[in-house]
Design a protein around this ligand. Sequence first.
Ligand SMILES: NC(=O)c1ccc[n+]([C@@H]2O[C@H](COP(=O)([O-])OP(=O)(O)OC[C@H]3O[C@@H](n4cnc5c(N)ncnc54)[C@H](OP(=O)(O)O)[C@@H]3O)[C@@H](O)[C@H]2O)c1
Length: 262
Amino acid sequence: MYALITGSSKGIGKDMALELAKNGYDILLIARNEEELKSTQAEIVSKYKIKVHFLAIDLSTSDAPKAIYEWVSKNDYSISILINNAGYGLWGKFENLTFESQQNMMLLNMNSLVTLTYLFLPMLKNQPNTYILNVASTAAYQAVPALGVYAATKAFVLSFTRSLRFELKNTNVSVTCLSPGATTTNFTNRSGMKSSDAMQAVADKFSMPSDVVAKFGIDSMFSKKAEVVPGLTNKIGVWATYFLPKSIIESIAGNLYIKNLK
Ligand SMILES: NC(=O)c1ccc[n+]([C@@H]2O[C@H](COP(=O)([O-])OP(=O)(O)OC[C@H]3O[C@@H](n4cnc5c(N)ncnc54)[C@H](OP(=O)(O)O)[C@@H]3O)[C@@H](O)[C@H]2O)c1
């Protein structure tokens, strides 16, 4: 049985692949950078006696999910786990970031996730005990100035995942949403936050290790949890969004993310 994991050449997705390989699952890796995919494939195969294949593809293009589905069908890979993990953030004021970069992020974070889920659902429904794990973020729970579009894409992921879980509750497909907070990956680099010493210092202080987040996500998926947040600090942050007025939550985030913009 295969687990298909998007964004699995590095970061949380790669650690999820390692965790599932440890559990005996064959792995399908998806990301853009072919060299990194090859190196991740070699690392997993050297550690575990399972099959690992990869497809280098840009998931922010509209025909990518269909190309992945065709690749899987052509090779007869039987998928029992779909993990929609690929995603990134962009740090900056809405009007100052290019429209194209924000549109690409929306296509990756939302469109590819929904399309892959739609395409693979019939395959997942055809087998006993299958799983969908969608990766959102603690940013899904609140508006985040200077990460506005990113946070909105993750609110979309959380809302969509909960609806889908409800619709599939009497089926063999279990649906889970993982919402990490700061995690030690390439995220701060891709989002542009690494260019700020202050933002990187905050990330370093609060980040959880990627393998810990990945294992927590995989364990929660197998436990058929609906919605999970790793780490006590992240959980407290999410609880606060239920109890504090939105204006206060947004000021706290705004003070951190806007203040440090150059
Ligand atoms: N790290 C955090 O602090 C944090 C916090 C909350 C939520 N998250 C979420 O966790 C998920 C994983 O992020 P991460 O932290 O592990 O980031 P990461 O280290 O940057 O890894 C992202 C992965 O996605 C792939 N990817 C990026 N753009 C892609 C595209 N257009 N098409 C196909 N693959 C693409 C990357 O490979 P290529 O670049 O080669 O394509 C890489 O494998 C994301 O959804 C992110 O929003 C992360």
